[in-house]
Design a protein around this ligand. Structure first.
Ligand code: HEC
Length: 240
């Protein structure tokens, strides 16, 4: 037999395990280290801005509620995905995402391009009860987010910490974080009221409003795809 040379090695299980381990380590390093030095993965793409104060809060609530366990934020460069969701995701879009929320599981649809897809009021009604919008939805309702006031005691601190990690916030943005967040919340509240949703004072500054701000920002810093492939749709498709 021509392939018997490995038999003695297989007999020595400790040596074999160590060699296998080394092979995996070398392969892993070869795969993991180079991207740290690739410009494309560490440079923001053109048009990127860090999240606003309210979006940062909304993002933290998104993580707290585990939305990322059902929703990915990574459109792959496949025709079926770009037709459905819009331009595929590139690394430079994630430079202000700590931790990134690419995800690997899609119980619900990908959300990387959901910003601007629906009006704010759509999200409000959807959080109230996803069955309001899609009768067969198995997404849990998040109505409590709509009635819980956003805690802004750490908003400024959050921006400060992100700044130490390299997110380019100005002094004014850090100092005025809470005012900025409240101003953006007021804009969203106004759009909800315009669509006929009546809000009390707490609802107008609720966690729900913060998470809507975050969702509406997703995919909106993105310019045209870097490589135009046949499968790249220019706008997100409407259907699910
Ligand atoms: C148990 C899994 C699950 C969890 C947790 C979950 N979702 Fe969903 N989500 C779904 C499913 C399934 C759909 C598709 C049906 C629908 O629209 O309700 C969906 C749809 C959506 C949509 C509409 C997407 C589109 O393009 O039409 C948004 C936005 C959304 N979810 C946001 C959230 C947010 C924000 C959270 C956390 C607060 C969350 N989801 C938590 C399962 C989930």
């Amino acid at each position: 037999m021509a392939y018997e040379w490995h038999k003695p090695l297989e007999g020595k299980w400790i040596t074999f395990s160590v060699l296998t381990f080394l092979a995996v380590i070398v392969g892993g390093i070869a795969l993991v280290i180079p991207p740290f030095f690739l410009q494309g993965t560490i440079e923001p793409i053109e048009g990127m801005r860090p999240y606003s104060a309210l979006e940062v809060e909304g993002r933290d609530i998104y993580i707290r509620e585990g939305c990322n366990t059902c929703h990915s934020q990574q459109v792959r460069p496949l025709k079926s995905e770009t037709d459905r969701y819009g331009p595929f995701s590139v690394a430079g879009e994630s430079v202000y995402d700590r931790p990134f929320l690419w995800g690997s599981r899609r119980t619900g649809p990908d959300l990387h391009r959901v910003g601007g897809k629906y009006p704010d009021s759509w999200h409000w009604l959807h959080f109230e009860n996803p069955r309001n919008i899609e009768p067969r939805s198995n997404m849990p309702d998040f109505a409590f987010l709509l009635n819980r006031e956003l805690d802004t005691s750490l908003t400024r601190r959050r921006l400060e910490v992100l700044r130490t990690l390299g997110h380019p916030y100005s002094d004014a943005e850090v100092e005025g974080a809470v005012e900025d967040a409240m101003a953006q919340a007021a804009t969203i509240a106004a759009s909800l009221r315009k669509d006929g949703i009546s809000l009390d004072e707490v609802q107008a500054r609720s966690e729900g409003v913060a998470i809507i701000a975050y969702l509406q920002s997703l995919g909106r810093h993105r310019q045209a795809p870097p490589v135009a492939t046949a499968g790249t749709a220019s706008a997100p498709a409407g259907g699910r």
